[in-house]
Ligand binder design. Structure first.
Ligand code: 6A9
Length: 787
């Protein structure tokens, strides 16, 4: 019995939250405490939508489609790369009160604007203005259907108000967090002061089994029987939502209690046109006027001006002489990170060695920026530290809140799940094998970088609001930082004292050219060919050096004992120890150490599929790893981002002779230097641009990544401004690398309409997920020279 009891209590640990008081009060996101941030574009996974920062928010959104063209797959809703839009994203967004987005579809552009107005007890009112314009007047103006919707999520209710046959003029509703409210749909006009336009209307009022099903419900309800017949044009039948089919769908649902209200207002109209949608909160009583028409235009103008002013005073790009087009680009990069912030609520699926099956983590909220609105619109732990380097310059309060949300997710062991896949909408985007998060897995503690920035800003601007809230914030954060740091120190330690090792590398070595290390964030970056307990990883060593230093600082500020952190920091900062553990005299670079051989390659092999599998008995050919020379304990011969870490995180002393080698590798076009930024792996590396499996293209084996390049320019700036033998060299390289990065990310944006996940080291072209305004948006800081 005792053994059983022990087992089950161990099994519960992974899902037991840390007992220290949360950094955020339970009501911290409520409209009473934080009215300005209640409503927001917190649904980064849809092209356009809003929700409140609450667990079961009413959501609003927009779907659209082009009529009279190939209909299949033409319905737009969630951000999908497969939609092949020519670009979309927020051009302006202040993170609080307004935003302007442009969406470039095949032959027309939608401009989606939001303006909020405070009042009442539920986060106030807001208005949307959607403006549609065709791209070229050479062809006939496209007819577009906009489908505005509102949906509840388990609690609350919505009533559709229909006038003039099929026109849904408004939706009234009520929910726990919003009280009573009303959404009014304006009629389309040709422009702000222009008259009305011919339009057809349709609506759908139904129930939905979940927010992840909204697209399907609308798709399944589409019917082609409706006729578009403008005064001077031809009669044509068009697609519209039609309630009958959905009733069938509804009947298939088993649990009616779990169904939520879903109302869609479809308006079908030819470009150009403009439509406004007005949300009014029932508790907002002394409203001077409605936020529509010229009132809205005036408000928008004011916010845009304020945004421009704040942008210039924060980043100073005009003063630096950037062109207005470059500044637009930088505004778009920042705005899409701000406008791409999500408020997610739900549970991770996690597992420890004590759990036979994955288990559900406690429910909780996460307010976070996301790397990519299309491909991974959710929180990633180490991405977030980079995001906050940019957002902290814009709004330190925001950064504090985001860090608090992440640390409030920590469990009693001191572990934070790396990838936050919290609700059905998020889960619907992830293949099942990637959903479960394992509690032995780390991810670089970049939130310490963000904390470092917060502390520096506090020193520079002691009078600011965020500096004043800093102490109470740090006090509540501190026990969580301590356990987080200790978790790294204990669970990711290497065999030798003061060395560190990423856990969670791929186990089945024979299927991969080099088993991946997803937890390091650098996925397929080459490590020891044969994972073992003897490994030590130089990037993790450096992250721990940084983290211990920040821990010591925070402890000192709070008047807590700081000796232990300081000792760790002093030990790890000692370049002799670093050299001893990680400098390879043969390779002349900082390196990982482990059981390694360079003599590996992928070979075709005929194998029989095991009995029971569909193609049993037939030989199939697959790639397996062949090892031509046995591995032995040695330094790992890879040259790339990992080798640079002692420099990237400022751990090298400025007079270290190793600087010479590092700067040489950086500036060598045969190794890391390209006209577009530093490549992730040297061109001379045996694994440069090598696939890891048949289906796994090189990722961190050559391409240029902006987060590490940001750290590199920052380091060059650092070593270029302090005394030392390499000062001038660093300062020169700083200018060149900075220019190359800015020019290429900007050029790709102009050419493709997107900021990208990574850039080709041979052509500079953007590649991978897009839009990617996570850490690639750090280009703004590189432009501003804010490090
Ligand atoms: C798997 C795909 C429809 C990989 O930016 C997020 C992370 C980084 O933290 C990491 O360093 N990216 C980098 O190497 C993207 C990870 C995406 C995983 C998505 C499922 C969905 O399929």
């Amino acid at each position: 019995f005792y053994a059983l009891y022990m087992r089950s209590s161990l099994a519960r640990r992974v899902v037991t939250l840390h007992p220290s008081p949360r950094v955020l009060d339970a009501n911290s996101s409520s409209p009473a405490v934080s009215p300005e941030r209640y409503w927001g574009s917190y649904r980064p996974q849809v092209y356009f939508g809003m929700k409140t920062r609450s667990p079961r928010s009413v959501v609003t959104g927009l779907m659209w489609m082009r009529q009279f063209t190939d209909m299949e797959g033409n319905l737009r809703h969630t951000c999908e790369q497969g939609d092949h839009l020519q670009g979309y994203g927020w051009l302006m967004h202040d993170g609080v009160s307004f935003g302007v987005q442009e969406i470039h579809d095949r032959d027309f552009t939608l401009t989606t604007e939001i303006v909020k107005r405070m009042g009442g007890d539920h986060g106030g009112d807001w208005t949307w203005r959607i403006t549609a314009k065709q791209h070229s007047i050479a062809s006939s103006a496209p007819v577009i259907s906009l489908m505005f919707y509102a949906a509840t999520d388990i609690q609350g209710s919505l009533q559709a108000h229909v006038e003039e046959k099929n026109r849904l003029s408004s939706v009234t509703g009520t929910s726990e967090e919003l009280g009573n409210f009303k959404i009014t749909f304006g009629k389309p006009t040709a422009g702000e002061d222009a008259g009305g336009k011919y339009a057809r209307y349709n609506y759908l009022q139904t129930r939905s089994p979940g927010l992840d099903k909204l697209t399907d419900i609308v798709k399944n309800s589409l019917n082609h029987k409706f006729v578009f017949s403008p005064p001077k044009g031809e009669k044509r039948s068009y697609f519209a939502v039609d309630s009958y089919k959905v009733t069938d769908h509804q009947n298939q649902q088993k649990d009616p209690k779990m169904e939520s209200d879903f109302v869609v207002h479809q308006v079908t109209v030819q470009t150009p046109f403009q439509i406004e949608v007005l949300f009014e909160s029932g508790s907002f009583r002394e409203r001077p006027n409605q936020l529509v028409g010229s009132v809205l235009t005036d408000e928008l103008e004011k916010r845009k001006m304020a945004f421009d002013e704040k942008f210039e005073s924060t980043f100073g790009l005009q003063a630096k002489g950037f062109t207005s087009s470059q500044i637009e680009f930088a505004k778009a990069a920042l705005s899409n990170m701000l406008g791409g912030m999500g408020y997610f609520f739900g549970q991770s699926v996690v597992q420890s060695v004590y759990n036979e099956h994955p288990v559900l983590y406690p429910e909780g909220p996460l307010f976070t920026a996301v790397p990519s609105r299309s491909f991974f619109p959710r929180g990633f732990l180490w991405d977030e530290g980079f995001h906050q380097l940019l957002l902290n310059k814009w709004d330190s309060q925001l950064t504090q809140e985001v860090i608090a949300h992440w640390l409030d997710l920590i469990n009693v062991e001191g572990w934070i799940p790396r990838e936050q896949i919290l609700d059905d909408e998020a889960r619907s985007k992830v293949p099942s094998e990637f959903i479960v998060q394992h509690n032995e897995n780390a991810n670089p503690p970049t939130l310490f970088l963000a904390l470092q920035e917060l502390l520096e800003k506090r020193d520079a601007q002691p009078e600011s609001l965020s500096s004043q809230t800093m102490l109470p914030f740090l006090k509540r954060l501190y026990p969580r930082l301590q356990i987080w740091f200790e978790w790294f120190n204990a669970t990711q330690a290497g065999h030798i004292a003061n060395s560190y090792r990423w856990r969670g590398r791929d186990k089945d070595s024979n299927l991969f050219l080099n088993p991946k290390t997803l937890t390091s964030g650098l996925d397929d970056y080459p490590r020891a060919s044969h994972p073992s307990g003897d490994e030590r990883h130089v990037d993790l060593y450096c992250w721990m050096t940084l983290a211990s230093g920040i821990m010591a600082n925070v402890a000192r500020i709070l008047g807590e004992p700081h000796q232990v952190y300081e000792n760790t920091h002093r030990t790890l900062s000692n370049n002799n120890l670093l050299n001893e553990l990680h400098w390879s005299e043969n390779l002349h670079t900082f390196s990982d150490y482990g059981n390694h051989t360079q003599a590996v390659s992928l070979q075709q092999e005929k194998v029989f599929v095991p009995p029971g599998q569909p193609r049993h008995q037939f030989p199939v050919s697959r790639l397996v790893r062949s090892v031509r020379r046995a591995p032995k304990l040695q330094y790992v011969n890879a040259l790339g981002y990992v080798s640079l870490f002692p420099f990237l995180l400022h751990i090298l002393t400025p007079d270290s002779p190793k600087m010479e080698h590092i700067l040489r590798d950086i500036q060598d076009p045969e190794r890391l230097w390209t006209p577009y930024g530093l490549r992730s792996l040297s061109r001379t590396d045996p694994l440069y641009m090598k696939r890891n499996t048949e289906h796994d293209a090189p990722y961190w084996r050559g391409p240029i990544w902006i987060n590490i390049n940001y750290l590199a320019v920052r380091a060059l700036h650092h070593y270029g401004s302090i005394e030392g033998p390499y000062k001038e060299k660093a300062a020169t390289l700083y200018q060149e690398l900075r220019t190359n990065l800015i020019n290429n990310v900007y050029k790709q944006y102009l050419e493709t309409g997107y900021i990208w996940e990574q850039y080709s080291d041979s052509t500079g072209r953007g590649q991978g997920s897009h839009p990617f305004t996570g850490w690639s948006a750090l280009t703004v800081l590189i432009m501003a020279e804010e490090y």
